[in-house]
Design a protein around this ligand. Sequence first.
Ligand code: AMP
Ligand code: ZN
Length: 110
Amino acid sequence: MSDCIFCKIVAGEIPSETVYEDDAVLAFLTIKPKADTHILVIPKQHIVNFADVQEHEWPLLQKVLQSVQHIARQEKLEGYRLITNNGELGGQEVFHMHWHILAGKNLPSF
Ligand code: AMP
Ligand code: ZN
């Protein structure tokens, strides 16, 4: 999508600090970290959010989640929190599906 900030990151039109990349998935550091480690994992293809995943897109979601596991091992995270916000009421600000990997000391408890 032309006005999507994460599509622009995928296209290389906006810089980001890449943590992991393959043919379908990109992971990069957030500009506003909420934890010692705060990585965003996105499909390169524009999908609005988890709630909007269509039947034919489940294989792509699997790739995204496999990448999360790969990145956590690559970054040697001993423990981490995985969050995906859905919709404005769910706290979503960027409407291109992304999974937050949060790790480090003092993660707030729910
Ligand atoms: P959410 O509130 O779940 O939609 O999260 C949006 C995330 O995107 C937040 O962690 C923002 O800091 C992050 N973000 C927004 N713009 C950029 C950018 N240009 N580069 C990296 N992260 C970004
Ligand atoms: Zn997008």
